[in-house]
Design a protein around this ligand. Structure first.
Ligand code: GLV
Ligand code: GLV
Length: 321
């Protein structure tokens, strides 16, 4: 067929994406089965393609965008899109899309999991048993804190933040939130109250981050305001590592002013700060927020459909720029 469109998927994703792209007459190229492409590889592989499906680990900057002359759409296989210079892409007439909604439940589950893990020392208990150091039940072994009656501060009450709050509500948490806008429906269903960031930090027993990373949210939690937090606060981050000043968090974990942290994301992934791996009061996951069969299949489908729509001259389903 003449004029067949070509899409590069930078890294292998669930097969459904390839299937529906090919059903729509689009040629699919897979960048790599199992690793992140280098900048040079992305540039070389996108030179002659009409669309690209990117991972959150692909940094798509101006230089790359300038070197993909035929690309009409950059379809990110993630809800976050801080890895793409989406304003510059817009200037160049390139649509940028993400995969919202369909990973909300998966990510909310993992945030709740991190809250439980950090508050109840899952990591220490698991390690003890595996290392055969469990010598029997003990009255004061690995004591944690319970969720019932605690105040959960949701920073960023979008879809994911709200889904975390709904789950936590059934554990008996009182919900407060910080957000740009008042969320009336959310307040009705969860009795959540809107707070300023400072007041939320002062009042929360548990803090969970659910904001996109942008210039405005980089180090939103920092040296200045983290000291407003309650002693023994629990902090959970399933959003992006850069939203919290990790060096400050490490200090506060060391001096125990933070009881524990549960982290799924880091600044400079995958090169995390060494202290995180040695501190006892932090539970670590390798960016698994959306890592369910359900979510990843739906993300693959949506990422592909965005490409199909745009290459057919229609509007994307979830454009962000
Ligand atoms: C995961 O972090 C995502 O943004 O989808
Ligand atoms: C992401 O989907 C959010 O709005 O929380």
């Amino acid at each position: 067929m003449k004029n067949q469109k070509v899409v590069l998927i930078t890294r292998k994703i669930p097969l459904i994406a390839q299937q529906i792209l090919e059903e729509n007459g689009i040629i699919v190229k897979i960048g790599s089965k199992s690793r992140v492409l280098s900048k040079e590889e992305i540039i070389n592989k996108t030179k002659y393609v009409d669309a690209v499906i990117t991972m959150l680990s692909d940094k798509i900057d101006r230089e790359i965008i300038d070197k993909m002359p035929k690309v009409k759409i950059i379809s990110n296989f993630a809800v976050g899109y801080n890895n793409i210079d989406f304003s510059y892409a817009k200037e160049k007439g390139i649509v940028v899309t993400n995969t919202p909604d369909i990973l909300t439940n998966a990510t909310a589950d993992i945030a709740l999991g991190l809250i439980l893990a950090a508050s109840r020392n899952f990591h220490l208990g698991n390690k003890m048993v595996r290392e055969q150091k469990f010598t029997g039940w003990a009255p004061e072994m690995l004591l944690g804190v319970e969720l019932f009656g605690k105040t959960l501060g949701i920073i960023g009450a979008g879809r994911i933040g709200q889904a975390v709050a709904n789950r936590a509500k059934s554990f008996g948490c009182k919900i407060i939130y910080f957000s740009q806008s008042k969320k009336s429906e959310f307040e009705k269903t969860t009795d959540a109250k809107k707070f300023s960031l400072e007041n939320l930090l002062k009042e929360s027993d548990i803090i969970s981050l659910h904001l996109p990373l942008s210039e405005n949210t980089y180090h939103l939690l920092n040296k200045e305001n983290m000291h407003l937090m309650k002693k023994n606060v629990i902090i959970v981050n399933t959003a992006r590592g850069e939203i919290i000043d990790e060096s400050e968090l490490i200090k506060m974990l060391k001096n125990k002013s933070v009881f524990a942290a549960g982290l799924d994301v880091y600044e400079n992934e995958p090169n995390l700060k060494k202290d995180f791996t040695t501190l006892q009061n932090v539970f670590l996951l390798p960016h698994l927020g959306s890592a369910t069969f359900e979510a990843r299949n739906k993300m693959a489908e949506l990422a592909a459909k965005n490409v199909i729509n745009v290459l057919k001259g229609n509007s994307a389903i979830s454009q962000v720029n």
